[in-house]
Design a protein around this ligand. Sequence first.
Ligand code: KMT
Length: 177
Amino acid sequence: MEAWYMDESSEDQRLPHRLSPNQPVTREQLQHIGVYYWKLNADIYENDPELQTIREERGYSFMDIITIHPDKLPDYGNKVKMFYEEHLHLDDEIRYILDGSSYFDVRDKDDRWIRLAVSKGDLITLPAGIYHRFTVDETNYTKAMRLFVGEPVWKAYNRPADDFDIRKTYVSSLRSS
Ligand code: KMT
């Protein structure tokens, strides 16, 4: 997985939006804002002991698979628009990319956008309460496993959602990290 600070341009959201020169973001910087990732072998996701261990250790009991592609996802255009609205969830967002590629954008401590370029084999976790968004890239195709602790809650709260307890908890966790 590669991560970088985004430019401010309002061009097509599916473009990389790198700064020039590129400003990379390290694994350690991402850990400080609560973002973690692993690389797995997505060719064996149906029977992968490494994935099984992560799921058991972290309690990811639920999973489903979503394919984001104009021919596969009903109401594709609106969904892609909705995924790109800045929002937060009350729970961690855990995604394992099984095929294709796409971007998750997350806000850093200073409210700057960091773009996470994910592709086949990347498993990422975004913490509850972080402002983020998702977009397809120019390939318009990602297949992902959605993991969840217990019964999934997909509800998104668009920004501003600063009065939510989960947001306050997240912001105070930043101060101590
Ligand atoms: C969701 O909840 O459907 C999403 O987060 C969309 C992106 S999954 C690669």
